[in-house]
Ligand binder design. Structure first.
Ligand SMILES: Cc1cc2nc3c(=O)[nH]c(=O)nc-3n(C[C@H](O)[C@H](O)[C@H](O)COP(=O)(O)OP(=O)(O)OC[C@H]3O[C@@H](n4cnc5c(N)ncnc54)[C@H](O)[C@@H]3O)c2cc1C
Length: 376
């Protein structure tokens, strides 16, 4: 008889773990609280135009196994992701300057503030230092560039000054480019599927039993123990444990609107993602997915990314690590309710700021662990 595994959540992590365990001979059921699969990475359409209700999602990876896996599910269309930032050099500036993100030294040389920037760059330490986000980034690019590109964006995005945020995620998110590389990522493989990622995740789940509209919480522990021999949880643990507010999250709301265009290839903003650090607008960036899909269709969808929505998009990694400790405690408490093995994986359940490829790698690791510990 096949061993039964329950998987909570049908985003990348739940989908891939479910698929790999199904392939390994387990009887898997993926339980998803919404009426669709795909989690945060999911795309939608408005008047036929693909857009992303949870923010821009570009697939990029350096992980060979992850790359092979997504290729085998149809994710193969190359995409070189380039981001722009609209920077105002002074309060009297009427028009912003569109500059590359990450900042490129060669481009900055054309700005009137370059002499100051150049002086600051010359006095930086050889390696960035500092425990909080601001100190770390200032030691990486100097105060002037930090103020232009990062300070207000970070305060808008996180609702608190950068001095209260951990430096831990800075190396992954912030860079000053001296080598002219214009793409946001340096990973070997980068893709954007023409119709959004849904088809890929649906392909992953095509051989897996999925139950939609099925919200699972700790109150279901007894029933899950009867139905399955192990459970993988990819849900946010404060939500799953029914104690909202126990963990701190930062959410966004994409204010998306359809706009007509003059021609089928037409777009209205300068780039797929344009960062808007200025405090003149409340949103942090504009996203126009049509740049990435290359859809030939009448109209486009422009989304303004509003920070501070009450949703679980980003874990808040404070300098003291308190939220991560609370998440680990919640995981222990939840596991005590079950009399079967419980595994936690993915961005929400492990309270980590991870990308899609890392979520897939997490799913591969947890599937491997479950198979090793339970046997086929
Ligand atoms: C704004 C934003 C931009 C991003 N941009 C990128 C990017 O450009 N590139 C990139 O690689 N990654 C990006 N990411 C990260 C990417 O979204 C995640 O790495 C990935 O979606 C994680 O997948 P997951 O399955 O772990 O979580 P999720 O996608 O969140 O999936 C969790 C699933 O579990 C379901 N669920 C939750 N609670 C329950 C419950 N109690 N019962 C049943 N089901 C439940 C949810 O409905 C959801 O379907 C971005 C993330 C955000 C928030």
């Amino acid at each position: 008889m096949r061993r039964r595994i329950g998987v909570v959540g049908a985003g990348w992590t739940g989908a891939v773990a479910g698929r790999l365990l199904t392939d390994a001979g387990f009887a898997v059921e993926v339980l998803e609280k919404t009426s669709v699969v795909g989690g945060h990475s999911r795309a939608e359409t408005m008047n036929g135009v693909v857009y992303e209700p949870n923010g821009a999602h570009i697939f990029h990876t350096d992980n060979e196994a992850v790359n092979q896996f997504v290729n085998s599910h149809g994710l193969t269309r190359p995409y070189d992701h380039k981001v722009l930032t609209e920077v105002f050099l002074s309060p009297d500036d009427d028009e912003g300057h569109l500059l590359s993100w990450p900042p490129q030294v060669e481009e900055l040389k054309d700005l009137p503030v370059w002499p100051t920037v150049e002086r600051e760059l010359a006095s930086l330490p050889s390696q960035p230092t500092g425990d909080n986000f601001e100190d770390y980034v200032v030691s990486m690019m100097g105060r002037t560039l930090y103020d232009l590109f990062i300070r207000d964006y970070t305060a808008k995005q996180w609702g608190r000054p950068a001095t209260e945020l951990s430096a831990r995620f800075a190396p992954k998110r912030v860079e000053l480019r001296r080598d002219g590389h214009r793409g946001l990522f340096r990973d070997r493989w980068q893709y954007f599927p023409p119709n959004g990622i849904n088809e890929v995740i649906e392909s992953v789940l095509s051989t897996v039993s999925v139950t939609l509209d099925s919200e699972i919480t700790v109150d279901d522990a007894h029933r899950l123990g009867q139905d399955y021999e192990a459970v993988i949880i990819t849900a946010a643990l404060d939500d799953f444990a029914r104690c909202p507010g126990e963990l701190e999250w930062r959410g966004i709301e994409m204010r998306s609107r359809f706009e007509p265009t003059d021609d089928p290839g037409g777009v209205l903003t300068p780039a797929y993602v344009t960062n808007r650090p200025s405090t003149r607008v409340l949103y942090t960036r504009t996203v126009e997915t049509k740049h990435a899909t290359g859809q030939q269709i009448d109209g486009t969808v422009v989304s303004e990314e509003m920070p501070g929505a009450p949703r679980r998009h980003y874990p808040v990694l404070t300098a003291d690590g308190a939220n991560e400790r609370r998440n680990a405690e919640l995981a222990e408490k939840i596991a005590e309710h079950f009399d079967i093995p419980v595994y936690f994986a993915g961005r929400l359940a492990t309270y980590r700021y991870i990308n899609q490829d890392e979520a897939i790698a997490d799913a591969m690791a947890v599937a491997h662990r479950v198979a090793a510990e339970l046997g086929g």
